[in-house]
Design a protein around this ligand. Sequence first.
Ligand code: RB5
Length: 148
Amino acid sequence: MKIAIGADHAGYMLKEELKRWLEEWNISYHDFGTYSPERVDYPDYGIIVARAVAKGGFEKGILICGTGIGMSIVANKVKGIRAALCRDPYEAKLSREHNDANILTLGGRILGFDLAKEIVRVWLNTEFTGGRHKVRIDKISMIEEDEL
Ligand code: RB5
């Protein structure tokens, strides 16, 4: 599994921690920035990661800004992306089982590192349930095609 990751300045510190966890779990990743705590605009990083996942080069993506809200708004503009803002492991689990979320967004100013680590661990290790949930995901795809 290869993960695309990105953050703005408010997510930078959590992104650096996230890289350590991914290395600990032997999960490969590409860091699309930002590469310092200097102030930047989250759409510039969110769009790069979302497009990289949508194009199929990465199975999943993780985006971090101050609240996780801006990154989720940006990522969900990209066709094929289902970005989920998760603040606890239960949301992370359901975002995979029910929504087949392919991008996780996190709030670097909201979450402590331990909680964030557990959210990421659960999110990466939970599979999509399919079945009735697949029917709903297909309807989201139809909305993207203007067929619903
Ligand atoms: C940056 O100050 C902040 O607005 C951004 O990180 C994010 O929280 C936006 O949703």
